[in-house]
Design a binder for this molecule. Structure first.
Ligand code: PLP
Length: 369
């Protein structure tokens, strides 16, 4: 089979488009994982990731070889063991994944369930915390399955008041939405490279606060053991053969983040999202979450009654070369998931996508205002 030879506009829930600079970085000459030229690159990436997380003093930050799920497993495997109690906020598909994974690592899990499409009310978390003792409060900051941003700042504050570690999925927020790990008192946070940061998938950021480092368990996983990972990232011992092209690409992507400035990058995502919401309104379309609870990076767009959602996605892909995502779980068939993140968050993409959506909806027999 030939490799793909044409660009496709990636506006689904991830991966996001990769810029020409990041693409070029992938092709730099290879180096081994302990090469003297690799070492400063890894140091650079650690420092830049800590800045992108806005991690606090004494945090340990690195990128796990693997996708966001590998970083999730690293986060969980190093603070979870039988006997530890976790309270998990579940407002969508990825909250469910937290429940599953924490359970697999032996935690006793209790859940606070919220409506899919709404942010959790922190009062619900407060009430659950007052009913028992918990070691961990786990929450998805940016719930990609519903397009909702959970109130992380308030949840982390409550967890601190109850002396629990806050463990956070920031897969769809890092680099795209305000995230202040140190200032908000988040203890363990993981993300991915292929969304807000604009690199290919495969090297996933994770950070542990000083408080979390004091509460590590004896990790049952070899690959995801934080101490072994730090042996490699900091102490230069062999642990695994990190992919040089992915290191180059992440380095280039983080350089782009720093050159733009993190606050400016968040602002770009906000204003592109707002333009898209106006364009959707013009097409007679609306978002699932209410204003104030929406992600800027991922738009959960309601499928109008009578429209076959898969037919619209297929038409966008076949005729316009644009990828958007389908709904997951109970939202399958009811929403499209449209990502405007990383280098894909541009006004040009908003207008290209709005035109393409108008064409696809008309093709699906849906009159457009
Ligand atoms: C919120 C959230 N968590 C975890 C993941 C898993 O990440 P990955 O697919 O990179 O393993 C995703 C993927 O989209 C996600 O959106």
């Amino acid at each position: 089979m030939p490799l793909p030879s044409t660009e496709r506009l990636l506006l689904g829930p991830g991966p996001s488009p990769v810029s020409p600079r990041v693409t070029r970085a992938l092709a730099a000459p290879s180096r081994s994982h302990l090469d003297p030229e690799m070492v400063p690159l890894l140091d650079d990436i650690r420092e830049r990731l800590a800045r992108v997380f806005r991690a606090g003093e004494g945090a340990a930050t690195l990128a796990v070889s693997g996708t966001g799920t590998a970083a999730m497993e690293t986060a969980i495997a190093n603070v979870t063991e039988p006997g530890r109690r976790a309270l998990v906020v579940v407002t969508g598909y990825f909250g469910e994944r937290l429940v599953t994974m924490l359970g697999r690592y032996g935690a006793t899990v209790e859940r606070v369930d919220g409506e899919w499409g709404r942010a959790i009310d922190p009062a619900r978390v407060s009430e659950a915390l007052s009913r028992g003792r918990f070691d961990i409060v786990a929450v998805v900051h940016a719930e990609t399955s519903t397009g909702v941003c959970n109130p992380l700042d308030a949840i982390a504050r409550l967890a601190r008041e109850h002396d629990a570690l806050t463990l956070v999925d920031a897969v769809t927020s890092l680099g795209a939405m305000p995230l202040e790990i140190g200032a908000w008192g988040v203890d363990v946070c993981y993300s991915c490279s292929q969304k807000g940061l604009g690199a290919p998938s495969g090297l996933s950021p994770v950070t542990f606060s000083a408080r979390a480092l004091d509460r590590l368990v004896a990790c049952r996983s070899f690959y995801f053991d934080l101490n072994l990972l730090l042996d490699f990232w900091v102490r230069r011992k062999d642990h695994h053969t990190i992919s040089a092209p992915l290191v180059y690409a992440l380095d280039a992507a983080l350089a782009e983040v720093e050159e733009e400035g993190l606050d400016a990058r968040w602002q770009r995502h906000a204003s592109v999202h707002e333009s898209f919401v106006r364009a959707l309104d013009g097409l007679g379309l609306s978002l699932l979450p209410p204003p104030g609870e929406r992600l800027w990076s991922l738009n959960a767009v309601r499928v109008p009654d009578g429209v076959e959602e898969a037919a619209v996605r297929k038409r966008l892909l076949d005729r316009q070369n644009i990828e958007i995502g389908a709904g997951l779980g109970p939202l399958a068939g009811r929403i499209w998931r449209i990502g405007l993140m990383g280098s894909g968050a541009t006004l040009e993409n908003v207008s290209r996508l709005s035109d393409a959506l108008a064409e696809a909806l008309a093709g699906a027999g849906q009159p457009v205002r």
